[in-house]
Ligand binder design. Structure first.
Ligand code: UDP
Length: 328
């Protein structure tokens, strides 16, 4: 089976490429390398191109003839999306529309889409299940919600077009063999930021908001190891290839940690008492996001293997200490 992976040189995409290739799938990666890296592509050929370039995209699909497409290519930073909304609607919504257009033209009818818990906004009930209304509070979540709506309508218009939308919670950690991991120099994500601060790359870690309605006043997130996310993609792909119909699944462990708990665990894992500063809230942050993962466990038989914050941070720390060499 042949799978085209957009954004396969990025953080999550590269872990899924690894899992796909090691499970025997033939992979082709389509990535503009805006945030991805060549060295992240452990398997398969890499086509360096943008999704706005429909001509190259079509040529690639016509030549490769994928059985399914996995679509990771996107901009993913919540605060940046608040500052630069058009970048998010262009990269995430409009570029997905381009991909869907070309898929229709080429009769490729199976898609796995990287969605996000950010589509829920501030959910009324925690843990949040897939039936909760989509009510995003930042452009990143809105750009992904719009894509989900487009996908839903495409399926309604043509029942043979089927997709699985995976709503990721907070993905973290790295490949256990330390070959790939998150490699944004200026990462804004909490775990990476904490570890880079431990390494001395930043003077201090800021905690954004200590007055949230949570037990310790800081935001709570459901952190999930990237290899468990990769497994979910393999299962979703098998489901679609087995003639499964369009579905939406949460990807999270079903429990969360506060920012303070993540900071404490990062200090424990690294053995470094890095400087922390409590500061005001960051725009666009919901207080608590925790997945109800019943549906993916039942529907895809997904069983998380790395539900352990210390393990997640240990793999990220190991990666953080090895990747600058790769970078150079
Ligand atoms: N956060 C923080 N300091 C940082 C980065 C993040 O306090 O330097 C907080 C952020 O406000 C949020 C949580 O950590 O409450 C997770 O943020 P992240 O950017 O990792 O993921 P998001 O939930 O926004 O996708």
């Amino acid at each position: 089976m042949k799978i085209l992976i957009t954004g396969g040189a990025g953080y999550i995409g590269s872990h899924v490429v690894k899992a796909l290739a090691e499970a025997g799938y033939e992979v082709l990666i389509y990535d503009n390398l805006s945030t991805g890296n060549k060295w992240s592509v452990l398997y398969g050929e890499l086509i360096v191109a943008d999704l706005s370039d429909k001509e190259t995209l079509k040529k690639t699909i016509v030549k490769f003839k994928p059985d399914a497409i996995m679509h990771f290519a996107a901009s993913i930073v919540v605060p940046e999306s608040v500052r630069l909304p058009l970048k998010y609607y262009r990269n995430n919504t409009i570029n997905t529309l381009n991909l869907l257009d070309v898929m229709l033209q080429c009769e490729v009818k199976k898609l796995i889409f990287s969605s996000t818990a950010a589509v829920y906004g501030m959910p009324e009930a925690i843990p949040v299940d897939e039936n909760a209304p989509m009510n995003p509070i930042n452009p990143y979540g809105a750009s992904k919600m719009m894509t989900e709506m487009i996908l839903r309508d495409m399926h309604l218009a043509d029942n043979d077009f089927n997709y699985v939308s995976l709503r990721y919670f907070n993905v973290a950690g790295a490949d256990k063999d330390c070959r790939i991991g998150q490699a944004y120099k200026e990462s804004t994500h909490l775990i990476t930021r904490a570890l880079k601060t431990a390494k001395g790359q930043f003077e201090k870690l800021q905690i954004f908001g200590t007055d949230y309605p949570t037990p310790d006043g800081t935001c709570i997130r459901d952190y999930i190891h990237v290899d468990d996310i990769a497994d979910a993609h393999i299962l979703a792909l098998k489901y679609l290839l087995d003639k499964g119909k369009s579905e939406v699944f949460n990807c999270g462990y079903g429990h969360g940690y506060s920012v303070r708990e993540v900071v404490d665990t990062s200090k424990k894992v690294t053995g470094i008492d890095f400087k922390v500063e409590e500061t005001g809230r960051r725009e666009g942050d919901p207080p608590i996001l925790i997945a109800d993962n019943t549906k993916i466990k039942q529907g895809l038989n997904w069983e998380p293997k790395y539900d352990d914050l210390e393990y997640i941070i240990k793999t990220a720390w190991k990666w953080e200490n090895s990747y600058p060499e790769k970078y150079s």
